[in-house]
Design a protein around this ligand. Structure first.
Ligand SMILES: Nc1nc2c(ncn2[C@@H]2O[C@H](COP(=O)(O)OP(=O)(O)OP(=O)(O)O)[C@@H](O)[C@H]2O)c(=O)[nH]1
Ligand SMILES: [Mg+2]
Ligand SMILES: [Zn+2]
Length: 308
């Protein structure tokens, strides 16, 4: 029996890192279940597992998944009951966004952060491709960064290809297991290749017509970093994860709205148009950002489900 770390999962086959840096492929035998969820992949990147080598010695069979500290799930569609585990045992998630090529919508950012809050995984924002920005884009960048810094999220402005801002990011990632997510084409894989030049992972151009990425990375995969720690590269997504939330829980995962809600007149206030709502007062007074409030309302009213 050996213990290893799952670094890649394609649904039926798993790549395992074990011993002092060896790698083997494994399959699974028997039933593995995630409490309360039907999952398409019972074992995920980041899982610590026990496995046995097959007689040939070339591959192994996973016999047990050790307890997870956390995990992030994603449903294949809104109606689907089956969920996929994106990754397990992660210390922090980074949402990579870009102002242009492609443009990341603010509501996408808010849905992502809300999900990370719900899974209790610390989240940060990376704004990439600063080398492309002119005056308008820089203003937009600073507006977005100031919204999220005010709430308490760390933000990193970087240019991967221009080699700007990477040292601060490395410091934050050192010796941690970090997951990096974001729309297709924002530069996630390019960042990994730059932080670890021996990787040579496949990256793709932005399409001229749609100004979007082309979904180059297809499976979550964990990569070791020379400065210590691991980064999990993920396929570009429009939405992130899924949590079954009650309407009256959603605001718990908007930290600044949650803080303000303690002063609402009614304890069951949804911050819509109830009298004595401290959240709406804060929006009017400017201490809660209008865009954040609008995202909250859209999620509450289940608009824009395309971002899920
Ligand atoms: N100008 C500029 N281009 C960048 C930068 N970082 C990445 N790119 C380019 O953006 C394109 C997409 O990069 P990828 O790393 O494949 O993007 P991704 O986020 O991994 O995309 P998916 O795997 O499809 O989710 C490539 O052409 C990169 O060269 C940057 O800092 N500045
Ligand atoms: Mg990629
Ligand atoms: Zn309220």
């Amino acid at each position: 029996m050996e213990q290893g770390l799952v670094i890649k999962s394609t649904g039926s086959r798993y790549r395992i890192l074990y011993g002092s840096g060896s790698i083997t492929e494994c399959t699974i035998k028997g039933k593995f279940r995630v409490k309360e969820h039907r999952t398409t992949n019972p074992v995920a990147v980041g899982d610590n597992v026990l496995f046995e080598f097959e007689k040939s010695g070339n591959s192994g069979i996973i016999t047990e998944v050790l307890d997870r500290k956390n995990y992030i799930l994603r449903k294949s569609s809104n109606l689907s009951k089956e969920a996929q585990i994106i990754a397990a045992n992660i210390d922090q998630v980074f949402l990579m966004i870009t102002i242009i090529l492609p443009e990341t919508p603010v509501e996408f950012i808010d849905r992502f952060l809300m999900t990370a809050e719900a899974y209790r995984v610390p989240a940060c924002i990376i704004v990439n491709k600063t080398d492309l920005y002119g005056k308008t884009e820089l203003e937009r960048q600073d507006q977005i960064v100031s919204i999220y810094r005010n709430i308490g999220y760390k933000c990193y402005k970087i240019s991967v290809t221009g080699n700007k801002g990477l040292d601060r990011l490395k410091d934050k990632m050192r010796d941690k297991i970090s997951l990096i997510a974001g729309n297709s084409g924002v530069g996630k894989t390019t960042l990994l290749n730059t932080l670890n030049p021996s990787l040579n992972l496949k990256t793709g151009e932005i399409s001229d017509y749609h100004k979007q990425g082309k979904h180059i990375t297809t499976f979550p995969e964990m990569h070791k970093m020379p400065f210590g720690g691991f980064i999990i590269d993920t396929p570009g997504m429009r939405g992130f994860g899924v949590v079954d939330m009650q309407r009256n829980e959603i605001y718990h995962f908007f930290p600044e709205i949650f803080r303000a809600s303690k002063n609402c007149r009614f304890h069951n206030c949804l911050h819509l148009d109830e009298p004595g709502c401290a959240v709406r007062e804060a929006v009017e007074g400017g201490s809660i950002d209008q865009l954040r409030y609008r995202s909250y309302i859209n999620i509450l009213e289940d608009k824009n489900s395309k971002y899920r």
